[in-house]
Structure formats: structure tokens, C-alpha cells
Design a protein around this ligand. Structure first.
Ligand SMILES: Nc1nc2c(c(=O)[nH]1)N[C@H]1C(S)=C(S)[C@@H](COP(=O)(O)OP(=O)(O)OC[C@H]3O[C@@H](n4cnc5c(=O)[nH]c(N)nc54)[C@H](O)[C@@H]3O)O[C@H]1N2
Ligand SMILES: Nc1nc2c(c(=O)[nH]1)N[C@H]1C(S)=C(S)[C@@H](COP(=O)(O)OP(=O)(O)OC[C@H]3O[C@@H](n4cnc5c(=O)[nH]c(N)nc54)[C@H](O)[C@@H]3O)O[C@H]1N2
Ligand SMILES: [Mo]
Length: 692
């Protein structure tokens, strides 16, 4: 056990484990063996002592009286949340017996793991768990809920998840926050932008919602949802037409610029204005600002790619820095994700070789509702950890109906009795990241960080690695992969030298330094990009081979129904997806969920600010209070936060979101759904009580 755990008092270095690009360095204050305060580590080179409010108050979550302390077994109906205490021994035994019986009777692919990045630690997110399910031969889960569509779109252009080093962006002279609410979701990029602004940089936000980031910007450009590709193409039209492109960069670093120049003639500002809702003169102004500022930086968000056309739109935006040669300017370029810079030895960690047969059943996590309800042969068991699908996954009614199936054996491992756990047969208590040894690699900045356990496990809780070691043992999996310690997992993850940027980073060095930066040479170097040509691909033969247009194009959102509004249910400031959505302090900081709608739409519907409204479509309904104004364009409504169900008031926004897959990578299309809105005649509680 780490020396930190054995010291009841003191201040210890740590890492934030949340699924957030900033991955802050923390200092954890302990008294009598308990965490009493969490603050930012002032020495961390990127996060520099500044942390968000939600993590500043994380101790309230760690010691929340609702936190799970021991394993429990269901005694009530599924979803009712009635459980009795059992021992770990009983829990592990029962899971192993059920899994073995199911695997023997129906084949192991009737068992499905369901997880995401509730904890970003490599060991606890994709370590022993993956080894276990590979060895079992379970069905495979495609982890597509977050960023895959945009990642694939970016990859077609740039070859991989690599962009500008964010530390350089203080030198940028123009910063565009494109489909990202960075004030809430990437606050240290905002701090860099503030520094850049002091040196003369202009800040632009392009979004469907006048959020905090839009208010921070010098210029906010509202766009219609799912039209960013068209806006980027309109910018390209102006850049080529007005000779604002960097010919020598295009020649040396890209393929296909001649085809692209021809192709974008059709995306003139008038046409693009008709698609995006951005006035033609603003498209020209934006393109000129971009073209005249070599050190321009685009922070490409996740929001804009949660659409039917999210892959292609990201692909289009990713072409822009190549047109102006921004990649070659200090601080210029773009970041979608930088995870490629810090890639660890995943093959080792995940033990893919332990799988004896190729998986026949692959389930896309965005379609978990449908899979649970109608996969043939049925999914008979599911093990959920690091995720809360009952709240975060699309088509929520189907998800919850699937979780409620009497014949589904459901195990949930979490720190809390989440909405998903309420449906479980067995719930296992999880340690928080402060109780684990783990390794963290940011998907934005370039530092790998070590988490040494700071406190002892809470109650009887266990880490993910420990749970899967125990289960493997109980199942009789004797491979040495299942007895490796967390330290051995970290050492293996850093070995193999698959990634030259991190060759110098070892477990021992991390123990001494806490965080270490990747070594990157000059970038991009023509001929060395991981695209097929080694260059930035403005024209992509690979896209053509994969069935896409080889050039960036605008493809409209699917018109799924006649409901009049496009519904964009985003995340909020004080929660992390659904994490914190049940913690009193964080709920209080966030106040209540609101539905932002344009005042003209509201007036037409007789809705006033503060009215409770019903939002519905063919997938279901939910209820929120209206916030009317000019924050969104007519025809669009935006909510913030993945709130849980409140007795009587269904605030589960994902009840309404489509499980339809985006154009690339099997990604989610959370923000492409259509809904109707009306003033709720009475509180839904009254309605339920009167049976209406
Ligand atoms: N405080 C906080 N921080 C978080 C999270 C959290 O829940 N809370 N979640 C974390 C996770 S997992 C992720 S993936 C990231 C996500 O963080 P971001 O990258 O910021 O993505 P979102 O918040 O999903 O959406 C960002 C913006 O996209 C806008 N948007 C929606 N559709 C469109 C469109 O078609 N075009 C344009 N231009 N904009 C559009 C939305 O209005 C929203 O303001 O944040 C991480 N950080
Ligand atoms: N409407 C709408 N829906 C969305 C989004 C949106 O913008 N709008 N965003 C989507 C995105 S980008 C994402 S990434 C997903 C995220 O969705 P999820 O991955 O489900 O994220 P969270 O809601 O944070 O739930 C994480 C859970 O993991 C648990 N946990 C934390 N640490 C550990 C651990 O060490 N072990 C175990 N066993 N459990 C742990 C937490 O307590 C929490 O219950 O949501 C998606 N859903
Ligand atoms: Mo995400």
C-alpha cells in the first residue's frame, strides 16, 4: 500500500480521474485519514493550480452518505432499488456461477460488458476488465458514445488523434471555439485563450447556443445544428477565391488541394448562408479573419459531432488549418483530441490475445436499448461499470425497459446506487480513484500522470482491477495475466515502446515526477503523417474506398419526423455527464435544468420564461422549465445537464434522443433529434396522481 495511505495527515499529489480533457493535477489534503480538501496543484505545468468547482467539492461526493459501502443483492422489483447486504464472497460466487451457467448453456456471447470512462485511469477503464471479458469470450461492446464520429472524420484528414500542443496556443492570434463549451468542459483552454487575448488574439465561438463560452468570445456566430461542415466549406470557398491560402504549404504538406479548390466553388457565401443561418457577410468576414491570421487555432468540440453528419463536419473543419498553413505557425492548428500523442500499450493492458475466437456479437453502446430488447439470441447478462446507461444512453425508455427485463442478469459496479444500479441483481461498491493506483494520459494536454492511492478503500469497496481479478479467479481463469498487480499493469502499459513520444516515461520516473510530458518533434512533417499518403488529405482516397465522398461535403441532418424543433440536450457546468447529478452540493450549485428556447418560438406557443414545458416525440417525453430569450436560434431548443429522474417529474432528456448512428464510427447522434414542445397544463405529479 502506498505511503500516502499510511499517513493520516498531510498534502498529497493526485490526478483528476473525470472524463474531461484537462486532467488536472491535484493536491489532496488529508486529516485523520480522510480527504478534507482538494485543490489544484500549482506546479502542474498546464492546469497550474486552477480547478473547476465540481472537483473542488469532490470530497462531498466521496463521503456522501449515499455512497455504497458493501455489495448488495436485489430484493425488490427491478428498478425499485430494494436491496440487502451480502458479502463479497457471496457476490463474486453468484456472479461466477451465473456467468458460467449462461456461457455453458447459451455461449459466452450472451454476456455483455457495458462500460465507459467514469474513471479515466487506464487500469480501471481498460485493463483487467478487458482481459476478463476477452478470456470469457463475451460479446464485444463498441464504445462509441462520446467522440468516435468526429475522431474518424478528423483522422481521414490528419491521420490520427494528434493536433497542436495546447501549451503553444498562448501564441495564437485567433482562437475559434467550435462546437465546444470550453468554459465548462475545457477550462484551461480558456485560460490559454485569455493569455492569448492579452497578447492581441481575437476569440470566436461557433455554436448553436449562446453559452458561457459564446459570452466569453469577442464574436459569437450562431449556426443551425449540423451545418458546421457547410460553414467550413463556405470559409474554404472565400479562402481560395480571395487567395488567402498558403500555396507552398498546400503543395508541400497536402494532397488534393486542386480538387478541393474546384469542389468548393459551389459553396459560395449565399448558398452557405441559406444552409447555416449565418449571414453571408459574416461568412466572408470569418474567412478573411481566418485567412489573414496565420497563427489561428481551432478547438474542435465534441458537441458539433454528436450529429447524423458529425464525422463529415469534423473532417471539413480539420481541413481549414492546412489551407492557411496554420499548422506551421506557432500556436496555430487545431485540436480535436490529442490522445494519439500519449497512446499507451493497450494491446498489453487489454489482453486481446486472451480471446480465443473472433467475436460474432458486437453491440454498439448507443443502441443498448434495442440490443437488450430484441437482440437474437438474447443478451442474458450484462456487467456495467464506469457508466450509467439508464441516464446517458439515447432512447432512454428502451434502455430502461431493457434493463428491467426479468430474465436479464445485471451486475453494476459503481460508487453509488445509480439509476442503472437500481435495476441490478447485484451491485458492487467501487473505490474512488483516490483509493487506487493508476496511470492517466490526457486527451488534450501532453502529460502522463501517476495516481498513487491517497486514502484507504471506502467501506468494503474495491477497484475495477481488483473485482475482475477476483472474478477471473472464481471462474477458474488461471492465465498469469490475471495475477498481475496494478504496478505490473502500469509498467507493461508503458513498455513495448510502441509510441516514441513516451519512451522516456517509466513507472519509476513517474513516482519521482508525478507528471511527465511527451516528447514531440516538429509536426506535421510531410510524409510522416499517419494518413495513407503521409500528408494532410484534403482529398481522401480512403474515404472513397470506405463509401464516403472523398472531399468534404455538407450532408443535411436526417428529417426523422415532423416535430418542429431540433433538440440539443448538452451537458452542464457542475456535473460530469451524470456524475454528481445525485450529489446534493452539485445539484444545488447547478440549481435546476432549463430548456432554452427562442423568445419568438415561445411566444407562438404561449410559453413564458419559467413555465414548465412538456417536450415529446415518438420516443417519449420529459419535463423542464423554459428559459426564453435569444440564446438559441428559432427552431432549436437546448437543455443543459444529464439530470436524474425526480419522483413525479421525468427530467431524463435522453428519453428523447435518437439511437440512430452518426455517419462515421458508429457514433452517437444525441443532438439530431426532433421534438415538440408545449406548456405543461399541470405539474406531471398532479397528472400522474389523477391518472391522466
Ligand atoms: N463540466 C463538464 N465538463 C465536461 C463534461 C460535463 O458533463 N460537464 N463532459 C465531458 C465529456 S465526456 C465530454 S465528451 C466533453 C464534451 O464537451 P464539449 O466538447 O464542450 O461538447 P458538448 O458539451 O457536448 O457540446 C458543446 C457545444 O456544442 C454545441 N453544439 C451542439 N450541436 C452543434 C452543432 O451542430 N454545431 C455547433 N457549432 N455546435 C453545436 C452545444 O450547444 C454545446 O454548447 O466535456 C467533458 N467535460
Ligand atoms: N443527452 C446527452 N447524453 C449524453 C451526452 C450529451 O452530451 N448529451 N454526452 C455523452 C458522452 S460525450 C459521454 S462520454 C457519455 C458518458 O456517460 P457515462 O460514461 O455513463 O458517464 P457518467 O454519467 O459520468 O457515469 C460514470 C459512472 O461511472 C462511475 N464510476 C466512476 N469511477 C468509477 C470506478 O472507478 N469504477 C466503477 N466501477 N465505476 C466508476 C460513476 O460513479 C458514474 O456513475 O454520456 C453521453 N450521453
Ligand atoms: Mo464524452
Amino acid at each position: 500500500m502506498s505511503s500516502y495511505v499510511n499517513q493520516p495527515d498531510g498534502v498529497f499529489p493526485s490526478v483528476c480521474s473525470l472524463d474531461c480533457p484537462d486532467q488536472c493535477g491535484l493536491l489532496v489534503h488529508k486529516k485523520d485519514g480522510k480527504i478534507i480538501k482538494v485543490e489544484g496543484d500549482p506546479d502542474h505545468p498546464v492546469t497550474r493550480g486552477k480547478i473547476c468547482n465540481k472537483v473542488r467539492h469532490i470530497a462531498e461526493r466521496l463521503y456522501d452518505k449515499k455512497r455504497l459501502q458493501y455489495p448488495v443483492k436485489r430484493t425488490g422489483a427491478k428498478g425499485e432499488g430494494k436491496f440487502k447486504r451480502i458479502s463479497w464472497e457471496e457476490a463474486i460466487k453468484e456472479i461466477a456461477i451465473r456467468f458460467r451457467h449462461l456461457a455453458d448453456t447459451y455461449g459466452p456471447e450472451c454476456i455483455l460488458p457495458y462500460s465507459f470512462y467514469g474513471n479515466m485511469g487506464y487500469l480501471n477503464a481498460e485493463g483487467m476488465d478487458r482481459r476478463f471479458f476477452h478470456r470469457l469470450g463475451a460479446a464485444e461492446l463498441e464504445r462509441t458514445i462520446c467522440q468516435v464520429a468526429g475522431a474518424q472524420g478528423y483522422k481521414y484528414t490528419m491521420g490520427g488523434a494528434v493536433g497542436t500542443d495546447p501549451e503553444e496556443t498562448v501564441h495564437a492570434k485567433l482562437i475559434i471555439f467550435w462546437g465546444i463549451n470550453a468554459v465548462s468542459t475545457n477550462m484551461h483552454q480558456i485560460i490559454y485563450a485569455q493569455k492569448a487575448r492579452k497578447r492581441g488574439a481575437k476569440i470566436i465561438a461557433i455554436d448553436v447556443h449562446k453559452n458561457q463560452t459564446a459570452r466569453f468570445a469577442d464574436w459569437f456566430i450562431p449556426v443551425r445544428p449540423g451545418t458546421d461542415g457547410a460553414l467550413a466549406l463556405g470559409m474554404m470557398h472565400v479562402l481560395f477565391a480571395e487567395n488567402l491560402v498558403d500555396e507552398s504549404f498546400l503543395e508541400k504538406y497536402t494532397v488534393g488541394h486542386r480538387q478541393l479548390r474546384e469542389h468548393v466553388r459551389r459553396y459560395d457565401p449565399e448558398t452557405v448562408s441559406g444552409i447555416t443561418g449565418v449571414p453571408a457577410k459574416d461568412i466572408v468576414k470569418l474567412a478573411r479573419m481566418y485567412g489573414e491570421t496565420p497563427a489561428s487555432f481551432i478547438r474542435i468540440g465534441n458537441g458539433l459531432q454528436h450529429h447524423d453528419n458529425g464525422g463529415m463536419n469534423t473532417r471539413a473543419i480539420a481541413c481549414l488549418p492546412a489551407l492557411t498553413g496554420a499548422w506551421a505557425a506557432k500556436g496555430g492548428g487545431a485540436v480535436k483530441s490529442n490522445s494519439g500523442v500519449l497512446a499507451l500499450n493497450s494491446a498489453f493492458l487489454q489482453g486481446v490475445h486472451l480471446r480465443k475466437e473472433k467475436p460474432k456479437r458486437i453491440v454498439n453502446m448507443n443502441q443498448i436499448g434495442e440490443a437488450l430488447l430484441s437482440a437474437k439470441p438474447p443478451i442474458r447478462a450484462m456487467f456495467v461499470y464506469n457508466s450509467n446507461p439508464a441516464v446517458v444512453a439515447p432512447e432512454g425508455n428502451k434502455v430502461r425497459e431493457g434493463l428491467a427485463r426479468e430474465d436479464l442478469f445485471l451486475v453494476v459496479h459503481d460508487l453509488f446506487l445509480t439509476e442503472t444500479a437500481a435495476y441490478a441483481d447485484i451491485v458492487l461498491p467501487a473505490t474512488s480513484s483516490f483509493e487506487n493506483l493508476d496511470i492517466y494520459a490526457s486527451y488534450w494536454h501532453h502529460y502522463i500522470q501517476l495516481q498513487q492511492p491517497v486514502i484507504a478503500p471506502y467501506g468494503e469497496s474495491k477497484s475495477n482491477t481488483e473485482v475482475f481479478r477476483l472474478l477471473a479467479k472464481e471462474m477458474g481463469f488461471t492465465e498469469p495475466e490475471f495475477s498481475e498487480s496494478d504496478e505490473e499493469l502500469i509498467k507493461g502499459a508503458l513498455s513495448g515502446h510502441l509510441n516514441p513520444h513516451i519512451e522516456h516515461i517509466t513507472f519509476e520516473a513517474l513516482q519521482e515526477n508525478q507528471y511527465m510530458k511527451a516528447k514531440r518533434g516538429p509536426w506535421p512533417v510531410p510524409g510522416t503523417l499517419p494518413t495513407p499518403s503521409g500528408k494532410i488529405e484534403l482529398y481522401s482516397q480512403k474515404m472513397l474506398d470506405d463509401g464516403y465522398n472523398p472531399l468534404p461535403v455538407h450532408i443535411p441532418l436526417k428529417k426523422e419526423s415532423d416535430h418542429p424543433f431540433i433538440f440539443v440536450p448538452t451537458v452542464n457546468h457542475h456535473f460530469l455527464n451524470s456524475t454528481f447529478s445525485n450529489n446534493e452540493k452539485h445539484m444545488k450549485m447547478e440549481k435546476e435544468p432549463r430548456l432554452h428556447m427562442n423568445i419568438r418560438d415561445a411566444e407562438k406557443l404561449g410559453i413564458s420564461d419559467g413555465d414548465l414545458v412538456r417536450i415529446w416525440n415518438d420516443r417519449g417525453e420529459c419535463f423542464l422549465k423554459a428559459a426564453t430569450g435569444e440564446e438559441v436560434l428559432p427552431g432549436v431548443i437546448v437543455s443543459r445537464g444529464l439530470w436524474s429522474h425526480q419522483p413525479g417529474v421525468n427530467r431524463l432528456v435522453n428519453t428523447l434522443t435518437p439511437a440512430r448512428l452518426a455517419d462515421m464510427g458508429g457514433g452517437a447522434s444525441f443532438f439530431s433529434g426532433r421534438v415538440s414542445v408545449a406548456k405543461a397544463a399541470m405539474l406531471p405529479t398532479e397528472k400522474n396522481e389523477t391518472g391522466g
